[in-house]
Design a protein around this ligand. Structure first.
Ligand SMILES: C[S@@+](CC[C@H](N)C(=O)[O-])C[C@H]1O[C@@H](n2cnc3c(N)ncnc32)[C@H](O)[C@@H]1O
Length: 463
């Protein structure tokens, strides 16, 4: 039997050329066919590295010095980029990020899905790829007797104080600073996760970018919040557009941010925002897309790929709060949405009502169980839209699609690898993938979202 040998050892220093970028944003080098992952490097760069860990099939190395720099290397704008870990590819110019995401989707579709000829369009990016996030949630700690808030240092639970995050809306940064100052002024102690003592665990800030409404959530260990009245007055005075101040109580020893109990301290339970013409009510714990501008780009593309005339019955599987369903409902005869989280379906129904949209039905349950049940009830979809979590579609759900035989399937994916795996199943079942459009929902991170149009073989000649 052939023995696999690892050609490098821990602490070896060597010079390599970076050949590729992983989907997590690390450079890839090969030494005698052995793969080394080197963070903070870019394809084409000649670099000196030090090996820090070797496994059987691959290893990790640290960058020592760049000998020849990539023309696409950019100076990260964020001063804490290397400590934070929230962004992975700020050191790559934005144009090159978009090209790299397109290549990543194309490569994975070929490698995992065997889809050699499918058209993968250039990634749709943002004109201004900074300050795009509408929600911040930061842990609170103490340093030198003062309350701090920021992010966990990479691979640790040590909180690094942060004044601003350049992918975050400025106003959310402002809210975090204001709450820190108020906590220090009124002696509110930060939660200490080791001793399970103290009060303030997290601050969550949410902003409706179109409506300009703001929500401040204080996550505390217990019900008690000393100086509540002063805290409310100070937040109102310093954040004039605040519409909602909420306390969430999380008494558990856990990394999960929210507890089960949420109380409005002042103002409304919800703030509102729009994606396109559709209005959404957002509560402290509601899911809502963090980059609504690019969500509109993604869902417009999904709508274009659904190619609706107003006569179609559409199923939106994994529908969440019904964002895509409500988009589709404007152009379809009827939309059925299914989602596993009951609170999300409650939000979906509320949002349908808020917008006066009546041609939608939402069901709570596993899409792979509800869809065969709908099928048995005689419901036939002309178009099926799926937007599954990272693990992709359940096999049973793909089988139901193949039995229902919709004319078109629109697949919205946050993981090109599972997209490729599922497209292969659909292609083997008589469908053709016509086109795939990557959309950059999270600039400077390695995430890539795509939407694919898949049509029945006999429909493949049509739009
Ligand atoms: C990528 S999100 C889709 C978001 C949605 N398009 C929206 O705009 O809110 C995936 C959703 O699938 C849901 N989900 C996960 N497994 C599911 C299953 N087996 N059946 C139905 N929904 C599921 C998750 O709760 C999550 O809301």
């Amino acid at each position: 039997m052939k023995r696999e040998t690892v050609p490098v050892r821990k602490n070896d220093q060597l010079q390599v050329t970076i050949e590729d970028l992983t989907h997590e944003g690390a450079g890839v080098a090969k030494v005698d066919g052995y793969t080394l992952f080197v963070p903070n490097t870019l394809p084409g760069e000649l670099v000196d590295i030090k090996v820090i860990k070797t496994n059987k099939g691959f290893g990790f190395a640290r960058l020592l010095e760049i000998k020849k720099e990539s023309e696409h290397r950019a100076e990260p704008l964020c001063p804490i980029y290397h400590q934070c870990g929230g962004c992975q590819i700020q050191h790559l110019s934005y144009d090159a990020q978009l090209v790299s995401k397109q290549k990543q989707v194309k490569d994975v579709l070929e490698r995992i899905g065997g889809l050699k000829d499918v058209t993968v369009h250039p990634t749709l990016g943002m004109e201004d790829p900074w300050r795009y996030r509408n929600k911040a949630q930061v842990p609170v700690g103490e340093e030198g007797g003062l309350v701090i808030a920021g992010f966990y240092q990479k691979r640790s639970h040590r909180i690094i104080n942060m004044d601003e995050c350049l992918i975050q809306h400025e106003e959310n940064d402002q809210i975090i600073r204001v709450v820190k100052n108020i906590a220090n002024k009124y002696g509110i102690r930060a939660y200490d996760e080791e001793k399970h003592r103290g009060t303030l665990r997290h601050v969550v800030a949410r902003k409706g970018k179109v409506t300009n409404e703001v929500m401040v959530v204080l996550v505390t260990r217990g019900k008690e919040l000393p100086n509540k009245k002063n805290i409310i007055e100070e937040i109102q005075a310093q954040i004039p557009n605040v519409k909602s101040i909420v306390q969430n109580i999380n008494p558990k020893r856990t990394n999960v941010i929210f507890g089960d109990e949420t109380n409005v301290l002042w103002g409304e339970e919800y703030i509102h925002d729009y994606i396109g013409d559709i209005k959404f009510a957002i509560s402290a714990r509601s899911f809502y897309q963090v980059n609504p501008e690019q969500t509109k780009v993604l869902y417009d593309k999904a709508l274009e790929y659904a190619n609706l005339t107003g006569k179609e019955t559409v199923i939106d599987a994994y529908c969440g709060i019904g964002t895509i369903s409500l988009f589709l409902a404007q152009r379809a005869k009827h939309v059925y949405g299914v989602e596993i989280v009951p609170d999300a379906i409650a939000d979906a129904k509320r949002n349908a009502e808020l917008n006066g949209i009546t041609n939608v039905d939402f069901a709570v349950g596993e899409a792979e169980k509800i869809m065969p049940w709908w099928y048995a009830q005689g419901i036939r979809a002309d178009v099926i839209v799926v937007d599954p979590p990272r693990k992709g579609c359940d096999a049973e759900l793909l089988e139901t699609i193949l039995s229902m035989k919709p004319k078109r399937v629109v697949y919205v994916s946050c993981n090109p690898a599972t997209l490729a795996r599922d497209l292969k199943v659909l292609e083997e079942g008589g469908y053709v993938t016509k086109k795939v459009q990557p959309v950059d929902m999270f600039p400077h991170s390695s995430h890539v979202e795509s939407v694919a149009q898949i049509v029945l073989e006999e429909e493949a000649g049509t739009k």
